[in-house]
Ligand binder design. Structure first.
Ligand code: HEM
Length: 548
């Protein structure tokens, strides 16, 4: 009975909201055209409502052929539409305008060159204070709080990058290679522990916060993803009172837990700092500079916390896509090994070797291009009506740089569907740049966004991916598995998870050590690092471990 009342209420609120949106929408100013795009369609990701709404005929202003957008890999549908309607098109989703861009040129023209009006963030219905609360740097509106936090974030990132991230990524690599050698089937947990432990050290000087960070990271990802929470698609649901909104209760609990966690981490560093025992970290830097920056403690705690979440959340995706790429294009491991043998002899490559190892950098960059970790991009919001190439874009529109499409432009990336790191190494490709001691690198790659909102973590991504992909190629040979009946176990190239940060579904593959000498080197390094113990008590890894 209560469920029935709830459904009725949801329906009434939704209809009133849509009616309001319809009646208050603006007509086109003279002399401009509307952007092309699919008409009368709605993005609908919840299976229950999808099935319900497929009964509604096409052509209604806000609701139409809901089955158009699949529940998984939505970016493929948005990209297909870009091939039909052009590199910039518009669609309505529950009364809101969404503009999809799949050309780097157009994304730069609007999001970078017109950054003064294209740098806001849209409201996330399941996190309705995302634009105003100082708790979410990456999701803040274009406010003074955002400017202050971004400036501080930039200082923390730049100073730690100058110190080569205090070698934290290299220390954690030893552990990663050891656990991969013992238990490759659990590669997702090992890789996500690697990213969480490294960023936990960077944020708070210790890896001990990594496990809780993974839980918090996953919680926030669900909160903000279109497929993670119903109101993110059916926006009017956010007006329901908390007692009728299970998602609001979940969100409040998540936020409270996050606040306690960040506070606890911060207090631990503060206490160590007072005793003169704190290790290098963003929090330590913040405490040292707090007077100069004028940023309150509570705000500093959240800036650091958001960096930690961003670092734990994202980098696992390209690491897992590396395994996928090697299953299908294994020859690149031989090429990386041949290069590292020449430069490093038998030892594992280090960050200091990077200038001499362009093939590893090319593999890193091509993994990011081939399987973008954020395939739909992180949306911006337009603050004023605008006209581009004669097309009208209304204020308030949500602007998506569709990474999947941008990295498939055949003029820029010939043969885009194939994994071809040589496009970064050979002069006959449009993406080639010299000198090879510096290029390819990840700076300015479209995958890290545009204009004033570009990603602040590229230095970390660059170092972690170079070390992990180089280290894995040095230690192991990854291939498709041959079953006991002699056939190759298929590894699908397109089965990705559907949250905002997309990762390949768990794969079955074969991973053999390159040599026994290298296995012994890995064991020795880990033993030295872990005080002579071969196991790590802090690690409880199994299939059920929560992944981000
Ligand atoms: C493979 C890894 C990563 C990818 C693909 C990625 C991608 C992105 C993208 C697409 C944006 C939005 C850009 C825009 O709106 O135009 C972004 C923003 C951001 N990223 Fe990253 N990111 C990664 C790793 C990191 C790391 C490791 C950190 C920090 C430790 C980080 C910190 C941030 C911050 C703070 C913002 C918000 C900037 C703002 O809104 O002003 N990211 N990232």
């Amino acid at each position: 009975m209560a469920l029935f009342t709830l459904l009725k209420l949801i329906l009434v609120v939704s209809v009133l909201y849509l009616l309001f949106k319809y009646l208050t929408r603006k007509s086109l100013p003279p002399g401009v055209r509307p952007l092309p795009g699919p008409k009368g369609k709605v993005l609908f990701r919840c299976h229950f409502f999808r099935n319900l709404l497929t009964k509604i005929p096409e052509g209604l202003p806000f609701i139409g052929r809901v089955h158009d957008v699949p529940a998984d890999s939505t970016w493929l549908k948005f990209w297909e539409w870009s091939q039909e309607y052009g590199p910039i098109y518009q669609m309505e989703i529950f009364g809101s305008q969404h503009v999809w861009i799949s050309s780097e040129q157009i994304a730069n023209d609007l999001l970078s060159k017109r950054g003064a009006i294209y740098s806001d963030r849209p409201l996330i219905p399941n996190l309705p204070d995302n634009r105003t609360s100082g708790d979410y740097l990456a999701l803040l509106g274009r406010t003074d709080t955002w400017r202050r936090q971004r400036k501080l974030g930039h200082q923390l990132m730049a100073r730690s990058a100058q110190a080569d991230l205090y070698s934290y990524p290299a220390v954690e690599l030893k552990r990663l290679l050891y656990f991969m050698s013992k238990d490759p089937a659990n590669y997702i947990a090992h890789m996500e522990e690697y990213t969480s432990r490294t960023i936990s050290r960077l944020a708070w000087g210790s890896e001990e916060h990594a496990a809780e960070l993974r839980v918090g990271t996953f919680g926030l990802l669900v909160t903000i993803s279109p497929s993670g929470a119903v109101p993110n698609v059916v926006a009017p649901l956010r007006y329901l009172p908390t007692w009728m909104s299970p998602w609001k209760k979940r969100e409040n609990a998540r936020h409270e837990r996050e606040n306690k966690f960040f506070r606890g981490c911060f207090e631990t560093v503060k206490e160590a700092h007072r005793k003169g025992e704190s290790k290098p970290s963003y929090t330590k830097m913040f405490l040292e500079e707090q007077e100069k920056s004028g940023v309150r403690e509570e705000e500093g705690q959240y800036i650091v916390g958001m960096m930690a979440i961003a670092g734990a959340l994202t980098i696992g995706s390209p690491m897992q896509s590396y395994i996928l790429a090697m299953c299908h294009y294994p020859k690149w491991q031989d090429m990386m090994r041949e290069e590292m043998q020449r430069v490093c002899g038998d030892r594992c490559p280090t960050w200091e070797d990077r200038a001499q190892l362009p093939t590893i950098r090319a593999v890193v960059k091509e993994v990011i291009r081939w399987r973008p970790p954020v395939p739909t991009g992180i949306p911006h919001c337009l603050e004023q009506d605008d006209v581009y190439d004669g097309y009208f874009i209304p204020a308030g529109a949500t602007i998506h740089a569709l990474e999947w499409g941008i990295t498939r432009d055949p003029k820029m990336y010939p043969d885009p569907e194939n994994f071809r790191p040589e496009r970064w190494l050979a002069p006959n490709f449009p993406t080639y740049r010299e000198p090879l001691t510096e290029y390819p690198n990840l700076k300015g790659h479209s995958q890290f966004g545009f204009g004033r909102r570009t990603c602040q973590g590229v230095d970390i991504v660059e170092q972690e991916l170079f070390l992990v992909m180089g280290g894995l190629a040095w230690a192991f040979d990854i291939r498709k598995k041959t079953s006991k009946w002699g056939y190759e176990v298929p590894v699908p190239t397109d089965k990705y998870t559907s949250l905002l940060i997309a990762k390949p579904e768990k794969m079955v593959f074969e991973m053999k050590p390159v040599s026994q000498d290298r296995v012994q080197m890995i064991e020795k390094e880990w033993e030295d690092l872990n005080g002579g113990r071969m196991a790590d008590e802090g690690v409880a890894m199994n299939e059920k471990t929560q992944t981000v």
